[in-house]
Design a protein around this ligand. Sequence first.
Ligand code: GCU
Length: 143
Amino acid sequence: AATNRLEAENAVVSQGVVESNHAGYSGSGFVNGDNASGSYTEWTVNAATAGSSTLAIRYSNGTSPARTANVAVNGTVVSANRAFNSTGNWDTWATVSITTNLNAGANKVRITATTADGNPNFDYIDATTPGGGGGTVTADQLL
Ligand code: GCU
């Protein structure tokens, strides 16, 4: 399946900033969400066809405890209190993968912090093509 990279710095951020002061990120930076429950980053995934997609979320969490977040697709939580485990420091990145269904057209993928620690830093989501072939996934910002 084709994979499209959706950089976090092109996503919509509620309570947070785009930064580049830690190494190892893709693109021009990463999103540092505020240390607040309810802060979120929202990506738009445009799918040519409806179907299953794997969302590989690249993140960094330089603190010891896991950070937890709700992953929602089009307003429905598809992974509740998902753990983003420690990566040891803020220059090390890891991936959490979620398989979900996408609609044809624009899909909103929102990751919302569920504790006062806030989200980990986000680098990008790699989204696979729904349907296993034929379709394409493209990124858009601020639709
Ligand atoms: C540090 C780090 C940030 C990170 C923040 C956090 O300030 O430099 O990149 O976002 O911790 O706790 O979330």
